[in-house]
Design a protein around this ligand. Structure first.
Ligand code: PMP
Length: 291
């Protein structure tokens, strides 16, 4: 595997960062998780735009233009001869002193890894997931804004540990007011009487690219989409539920906090959106091996 670091490709063995990088010392940096299907990088522009928005929010000046970043991402897939992969794009604050002041970091580092996709086991897609809500609340907007895809994922990791302790794969995080925000690495949707609902971004969700894609797919099917604040009660009484994310795609949810959702089977609208999402991933995106 060849890994891109600051303009050069390194073997897995030689791909190293300094122990003084503030990305490591303080989680000071931003990242993206992107996927390529069938020789095309899916929603590349959207991911790169979100990366630069995350960087702007933490006053991190990426030493590369978005166009160069897109090129480097595609190039990383190409040199690894990958047609289907998961791409991790990381921008760290760079090497500095042991103090946390980012001013000591002179140059941010850019890392691009294109590797195998780690998927949920197939049976979760067939049977649907069992989720729980957890005690750790989603970060406040005025502390670390959940819209920033930063290298500081402890908020999500704590919730993931709580899900693991409860014996399930994924956690639903509520915000400080008790409204549903999102899962630890995925956005959440419900369907009630034919309407698709997902928490507003202001509730503390990441501006999910799969979320946006699914909203557009639903609208194309003539399904009404709304983004109200949702409570646990709304989830328990939904007809269908599913989560979305670049790695997970669309995964049905059939139980939340011990309450069976709908009839306990993945719902019909969920299934339709899953199919339409897969079709879209196979036929659109930035070509890795142009003719
Ligand atoms: N929420 C969080 C906290 C995430 O980290 C992610 C991405 N892994 C998502 C939602 C889903 O976003 P996307 O569809 O852009 O992958």
């Amino acid at each position: 595997m060849k890994i891109f670091i600051d303009g050069k490709f390194f073997s897995e063995r030689d791909a190293k960062v300094s122990v003084f990088d503030h990305g490591l010392l303080y989680g000071d940096g931003v990242f993206e998780g992107i996927r390529a299907y069938n020789g095309r990088v899916f929603k590349l522009q959207e991911h790169i735009e979100r990366l630069y928005c995350s960087a702007k929010a933490i006053l991190l000046d990426i030493p590369m233009t978005p166009a160069q970043m897109m090129k480097a991402t595609v190039e990383t897939c190409r040199v690894n001869k990958l047609r289907d992969c998961y791409i991790r794009l990381i921008v760290t604050r760079g090497v500095g002193t042991l103090g946390l002041n980012p001013r000591t970091c002179k140059k941010p580092s850019i890392i691009i890894i294109a590797g195998k996709i780690q998927l949920y086991p197939k049976e979760y897609y067939q049977r649907g997931l069992d989720l729980v809500t957890v005690p750790t609340t989603r970060n406040l907007h005025n502390s670390v804004n959940p819209a920033i895809k930063s290298l500081n994922y402890l908020n999500n990791i704590l919730a993931k540990i709580e899900a693991n302790n409860a014996g399930v794969e994924e956690a639903i995080m509520l915000n400080a007011e008790g409204f549903v925000a999102e899962c630890t690495g995925d956005n959440l949707f419900i369907i009630k009487r034919g309407v698709l609902y997902t928490p507003p971004l202001s509730a503390g969700a990441l501006y999910g690219i799969t979320r946006q894609t699914v909203i557009e797919l639903a609208e194309a099917l003539g399904i009404k989409v709304a983004e109200p604040n949702l409570t646990r009660y709304d989830l328990f009484n939904a007809d269908e539920c599913f989560i979305t994310g670049t790695a997970a795609e669309v995964v049905p949810v059939v139980k939340i906090d011990g309450r069976v959702i709908g009839n306990g089977q993945p719902g019909a609208i969920t299934r339709q959106l899953e199919v339409n999402y897969h079709t879209l991933t196979k036929h659109t995106g930035e070509s890795i091996f142009p003719a």
